[in-house]
Design a binder for this molecule. Structure first.
Ligand code: NAP
Ligand code: HSE
Length: 433
């Protein structure tokens, strides 16, 4: 049996998962790859940290030179995260003709070009299956299995932390912060969970997926982004009244060559397959012009699911006879230029929750503003007073399909009414038409 030496950069959640699978599934990996995979060095910051796995202490190092200067190490697995020094370490490794496996969506989405070009010029492989949707083989799915298709639409629940939070808020009545804390304890969240809850992580992932799916280079700043931090239990309850579920959805649609790219909380019909994706599970729903509707589903975060994707990348390098460098073809070559929509041009239905003064005539004032901006209302719900003695009530509006620009203009005007205290939330609705 041939042996290959690899190094891990990082032994946190993902690194630990990789280590555990390499040990528990050693034989399967050996048979499938034709190699015995030996981890010969692991870069960490703190040699003394309790890791929850037994790793021989001589493998741990805080000095990257121990890896870069060891010519027997053929594959570097970057699972440390962040931009620097991860970027520099990957570039240096490729300069030494080491192949790369990474789970780093932030770096890929913001500076992937430089890394792909380096992989190209050095003739090394650069694999990143774990960067999107944890254990789901979505990168390979799009890059290889769906290449016969024009992809028309892609909808993804691609962040495990936010899906976990929304699930716990709805079914276990946990507060946002309690649910986030649990997601952190489970190893789902990023080091700075702002990336999860404000939608940055999903934005990076959508930029990567749409670059692959549409053969164009998507700049991350061109993906509209909103997170879930404004979602309250009351919005989840209203959604259920409308037979909908709130998900942080990553959406891309190709409308005759023009792309609509957005990440935001979305109310979706409760009978859609994506509505039943709970917990840290992720799913990517794709409509291809040949294959039709397709859904990838699985664990989107956590040590073992992510480790599974990382190891599939290692095995794919070992099976490739090492000199194949065409794995990233779709991203590195800009095959098609695509125009992008501004968010103001997007057409959707909207759920709008407001706190307004409880007096006759207020409803009329508000609905006539929407009417004057060409926004039709599908339903209006006003319950009894929410807060006694304060003369305030909650008003919920659901609009017909309309341009986002019209909604923004209406909200601008509604905010100026003395009878409107607060716009609590605006959530787009998707019907998958
Ligand atoms: P993590 O638990 O914070 O682990 C990071 C590891 O990298 C730690 O072992 C840390 O060392 C090491 N490290 C960080 N900076 C370092 C530096 N400058 N020098 C040496 N070592 C350094 O992170 P994680 O959750 O495993 O995530 C790792 C990467 O995978 C990120 O890019 C993340 O976005 C991505 N990812 C995560 C998941 C998930 O479910 N968690 C899923 C998919 C992708 P110490 O332990 O000594 O501090
Ligand atoms: N923080 C990420 C998530 C990890 O929750 O989805 C997986 O990429």
């Amino acid at each position: 049996m041939k042996k290959v030496k690899i190094a891990l950069l990082g032994l946190g959640n993902v690194g630990r998962g990789v280590w555990m699978i390499l040990n528990s599934n050693k034989e399967e990996i050996m048979k499938r790859s034709g190699y015995e995979v030996e981890v010969s060095k692991i870069l960490v910051r703190d040699l003394k940290k309790e890791r929850g796995v037994e790793v021989p202490s001589e493998l741990l190092t805080t000095d990257f030179n121990d890896i870069i200067n060891d010519d027997s190490i053929k594959i570097v697995v970057e699972v440390m995260g962040g931009i620097e020094p991860a970027r520099e370490y990957m570039l240096e490794s490729m300069n030494k003709r080491k192949h790369i496996v990474t789970a780093n969506k932030m770096l890929l989405a913001t500076g992937g070009d430089e890394l792909f070009q380096k992989a190209d010029s050095q003739g090394v492989m650069f694999n990143y299956e774990a960067s999107v949707a944890g254990g789901i083989p979505i990168i390979n799915g799009i890059n290889e299995s769906l290449t016969a298709n024009k992809i028309e639409k892609l909808y993804g629940i691609v962040n495990g932390t936010t899906n976990y939070i929304l699930t716990k808020m709805e079914f276990e009545n946990l507060s946002f912060n309690e649910a986030l804390k649990q997601a952190q304890e489970m190893g789902y969240a990023e080091t700075d969970p702002t990336s999860d809850i404000e939608g940055f992580d999903a934005q990076y992932k959508l930029a990567i997926l749409s670059s692959l799916a549409f053969g164009t280079k998507i700049k991350v700043e061109n993906v509209y982004r909103e997170g879930i931090s404004k979602i309250e239990s009351i919005d989840i309850q209203y959604a259920r009244e409308f037979k909908k579920v709130i998900k942080l959805l990553a959406i891309v649609k190709d409308n005759a060559g023009k792309l609509e790219l957005r990440v935001h909380p979305t109310m979706i019909p409760e009978n859609h397959p994506l509505a039943n994706v709970y917990d840290s599970f992720n799913a990517v729903f794709i409509k291809g012009n040949a294959v039709g509707d397709l859904m990838f589903y699985g664990r989107g975060a956590g040590d073992l699911p992510t480790g599974s994707a990382v190891i599939s990348d290692i095995v794919s390098i070992l099976r490739s006879n090492i000199d194949i460098d065409n794995i990233n073809t779709v991203v590195k070559n800009n095959l098609w230029d695509k125009e992008l929509y501004n968010i103001e041009e997007v057409i959707s239905k909207y759920y709008i929750r407001l706190t307004v003064e409880d007096r006759p005539g207020v409803l009329g004032e508000i609905t006539s503003v929407f009417g004057s901006m060409n926004v039709g209302l599908l339903s209006v719900i006003q319950r009894g007073r929410d807060i006694e003695n304060e003369n305030k009530v909650t008003l919920v509006l659901v609009t017909h399909y309309t341009k986002e620009g019209n909604i923004l203009n209406s909200i601008d005007s509604v905010c100026k009414l003395n009878s409107v205290y607060k716009i609590n939330n605006i959530i787009r609705m998707e019907e998958f038409n």
